[in-house]
Design a protein around this ligand. Structure first.
Ligand code: ARG
Length: 295
């Protein structure tokens, strides 16, 4: 396998362009709870979710996506699956340069979350996507768009690993679907998914928290994004500043109260759209993982 981290492995301009996905999938929080602890943020929060507030926050996030012009498609939640609301994690949708749409199904790390995946398999089958399971002979876990993030506008995947996803699963995608992977090792358990510490905003720019990566990882991010914005530690760790999301390269939906990050975003020409996801932070998630973009 070529060393995906090598800056010489490819240049961005040489990779095929991919349109930004235009639809947002969300899963209603009717069954959202903190019932177990599978990441450090959940510790101390078992039984602490205010369900009325969670519903209001989720609806406000859905409305914020609609206000910036996105179509939101809702998949119902399931009794007994309290983390299903984090619908970025069960799949990785893709569109090839030739326009074929498919989806790779996750193999969730925690036993409690494994039954979530089939609900999205059904959804994408209904959408006419080609559905891929991880090969049975391939060991390791994969948590979809919690760890695997498309480079905006290019056929390039950023792949986080270390807590929820295993390094080797990426090599199979890269081989069979024909895109390069930049693999990034995660080094801090508070930042257990790549979407907690890297937020690609547009083709040129990423918001990230360097403390969650190795030196090689930081170098790779700084090589392939011409501009990087560094979220301050407190906002990244406590408020999930890097779990923000820009659906269009202009607006950035972000947890309320990330004042310094918002200044960086505004200085960079972006428009922060603050939303309150405090009930979901109790479970270790915010904006990015409460939705899934698809074509
Ligand atoms: N409680 C969920 C878990 O630990 C939260 C997932 C948040 N998702 C994310 N992509 N950060 O699996």
């Amino acid at each position: 396998m070529p060393d995906a981290l090598s800056p010489d492995a490819f240049t961005l301009d040489a990779l095929p362009p991919i349109p930004r996905p235009g639809r947002v999938l969300m899963t209603r929080p009717d069954h959202f709870r903190v019932e177990y602890v599978i990441n450090p943020h959940m510790a101390g929060n078992v039984g602490e979710v205010d369900r009325g507030r969670a519903t209001a926050q989720w609806e406000a996030l859905r409305d914020a996506y609609e206000r910036v012009g996105m179509e939101v498609v809702v998949v119902a939640g399931t009794p007994g699956l309290p983390d299903q609301v984090f619908c970025a994690n069960q799949t990785l949708p893709y569109q090839t340069p030739g326009g074929e749409r498919g989806v790779v199904l996750s193999r969730m790390h925690a036993a409690q979350r494994k039954p979530e995946v089939e609900h999205y398999e059904r959804f994408f089958t209904g959408e006419g996507y080609e559905v891929h399971h991880l090969d049975a002979d391939l060991p390791g876990d994969f948590e979809g768009m919690g760890d695997a993030l498309w480079h905006p506008g290019r056929y390039l995947l950023w792949g986080g690993y270390g807590y929820r996803t295993d390094r080797q699963v990426y090599d199979r995608f890269a081989d069979s679907l024909g895109f390069p992977i930049v693999a990034l090792e995660l080094t801090d358990p508070d930042f257990y998914h790549l979407d907690t510490c890297l937020c690609p905003l547009d083709e040129e720019t990423a918001l990230y928290y360097p403390g969650a990566f190795t030196d090689e990882g930081i170098a790779a991010i700084r090589t392939h994004f011409r501009r990087t914005l560094e979220a301050p530690e407190a906002e990244a760790r406590e408020l999930f500043a890097c779990n923000a999301h820009s659906p269009d390269g202009t607006h950035v939906l972000i947890q309320q109260g990330c004042a310094d990050t918002n200044d960086l975003l505004r200085a960079g020409g972006y428009e922060p759209v603050e939303v309150d996801t405090s009930e979901f932070l109790k479970s270790g998630g915010s904006v990015f993982c409460m939705k899934l973009m698809f074509w």
